[in-house]
Design a protein around this ligand. Structure first.
Ligand code: SF4
Length: 522
């Protein structure tokens, strides 16, 4: 039977109301899904990230088939010798040649590279391609352009307020922000003090079922040398599990999320964070569901305003904002390198976690175990180290794509190259997020048992963050002195004597030389 429409569903588009399926006819159309080796290897993907994607895809295929939708699914084999295609282009081309569909329909993918590969393939096969908008998001690229066009700078806070008004979220009856302010960020910077976080229930693990176990076996066999492990795999992989994880977050953690969203603590991977970003980015949850659940908790006095507003800001504001930036500036955005970094890669301990820096080793523990780190570990520890050290922003993005379960190109690139590394020169953030070890000391207990001293910038005991912070400011002094938000930091730099800066420069060279050994001196 001739296929009318071949409807593509990518691994990060696992929802039943996907636009590519909205007018699906079971008699005439066919769903197409593919696990391909290139998506697992174009960056050196963490094993848990691979398990999450492949398992969630296989569960979604099962759900579609149970509902009576015919699916053509390309499954990866544990043996690379029997693969019928390495990438989307070759697998899709084979399907098109075999079935000769009248039209290909896809929902806009989350990766510019994939979109181009599909366009090129379909053009080469001389078939009609229809690209539909992704209705999962609350702001389309066109709507973002309407907001952004004509603005001198794209300020997230302005975008967020625009979205709050547009979607009538957390507004009082006359359109003013509930609580008298748009943003309660100042209330969201508490540390845990000396005693640490109060007892938190463990996040519910989702034990692998038969399908997930088959994927774990496949990944451990075929991608054995990839980083991370599958031993602690605990992600939700179906929509019903994802909904359960959302309910758990709202009832157990949302109330504390606001106060402590910037704090870290040794051996605490999730604290008050939701762990929902991975399933949200796979589309197993809809952002509207997250926002509604948080608003309902506020209405029922189960979570304070600073927590609910902070959570809504992440989902309605930041997440939509970075997607808008991605599609506005791609493909040139990925080439940006505003701080003129050399081609420096992330240090080895970004893969192994073997370092004497307590903050980095604990952050890497959770990355290796869960393909996850909460946003302060990402931004103000791992991202900060890469930025201060001068890692090339594209290399940092590639590493982030490899190691995090929730990393999809549209969300990873503006967050890493832009926000974390300031590689876009100020599109997503007006200043670099740079800080010394003092910030990490204030917001965590890491420095207590570290062999380095967060207060020292030079000498054998100097905290690498503190050394690299001053070195970073010194290297970019000219570039930053005209940035109004950097005035305070540059003024402090100018108080350093030439001898101080020389000693800092020497220590920086030692740090670079010791990186391979995890900064352990001989
Ligand atoms: Fe990290 Fe420096 Fe603190 Fe050690 S002293 S934990 S390296 S910030």
């Amino acid at each position: 039977m001739a296929v009318r429409n071949l409807c593509l569903v990518f691994g990060d588009q696992l929802c039943r109301d996907l636009s590519s399926l909205c007018d699906f006819d079971r008699q005439k159309d066919l769903v197409w899904m593919a696990e391909v080796a290139q998506e697992a290897t174009h960056v050196w993907c963490h094993k848990s990230r691979l398990v999450l994607f492949f398992s969630a895809m296989r569960h979604f295929r099962q759900e579609l088939e149970t509902a009576g939708l015919p699916v053509r699914y390309h499954e990866l084999s544990a043996d690379p010798g029997v693969d019928e295609g390495q990438d989307f282009a070759s697998v899709l081309q084979r399907t098109i040649r075999e079935l000769e569909p009248g039209r290909i329909i896809m929902t806009q993918p989350g990766d510019y590279r994939v979109q181009q590969a599909i366009k090129d393939t379909v053009r080469a096969c001389k078939v009609e391609l229809e690209i539909r908008p992704d209705a999962h998001f609350l702001c389309s690229p066109d709507q973002f352009a309407q907001w952004a066009d004509g603005r001198k700078a794209l300020v997230m806070e302005d975008f967020y307020r625009w979205m709050r008004k547009k979607h009538k979220i957390l507004l009082d009856p006359v359109g003013k922000p509930v609580g008298g302010a748009w943003n309660f960020d100042k209330e969201n910077r508490q540390s845990f003090g000396k005693s640490g976080p109060s007892e938190l229930s463990q996040l519910r693990p989702y034990a692998p079922d038969r399908l997930t176990q088959a994927v774990i076996d496949l990944v451990n066999q075929r991608f054995a040398t990839h980083p991370g492990s599958t031993e602690s795999f605990c992600y939700p992989v179906t929509r019903s599990q994802a909904l359960e994880a959302l309910r758990e977050f709202v009832s157990e953690r949302l109330a504390g999320f606001g106060d402590f969203q910037d704090a870290s603590w040794t051996d605490q991977s999730f604290l008050y964070h939701s762990r929902l970003s991975a399933v949200l980015n796979l589309h197993l949850l809809d952002p509207r569901e997250l926002i509604s659940a948080a608003l309902e908790a506020y209405d029922r006095d189960r979570a304070p305003l600073n927590s609910v507003e902070g959570f809504v800001r992440q989902v309605l504001g930041w997440r939509e904002f970075v997607r808008g930036v991605y599609w506005r500036y791609m493909p040139e955005y990925i080439e940006r390198n505003a701080l003129s970094c050399d081609d420096v890669d992330v240090p080895d301990f970004f893969w192994t976690g073997d370092t004497q820096m307590r903050c980095v080793s604990d952050s890497m523990r959770t990355v290796k175990t869960h393909a996850y780190a909460h946003h302060i570990q990402r931004l103000m520890i791992l991202g900060l180290y890469a930025q201060l050290r001068g890692v090339h922003p594209r290399r940092f993005h590639d590493w982030h794509m490899a190691m995090y379960a929730d990393a999809i190109d549209w969300v990873s690139l503006p967050n890493t190259l832009g926000m974390s590394q300031f590689g876009d020169g100020g599109v997503v953030g007006t200043k670099p997020y740079c800080a010394s070890g003092n910030y990490i000391h204030k917001m965590s207990n890491y420095c207590r048992n570290c062999r380095f001293d967060y207060k020292q910038a030079s000498g054998e005991a100097a905290c690498p963050f503190t050394t690299l912070y001053w070195d970073f400011l010194d290297r970019h002094r000219e570039q930053f002195k005209s940035n109004r938000r950097m005035v305070f930091q540059i003024k402090n730099l100018e108080r350093k004597s030439a001898e101080d800066l020389e000693a800092i420069g020497r220590r920086k060279q030692e740090i670079v030389a010791l990186e391979k050994a995890g900064l352990a001196s001989q």
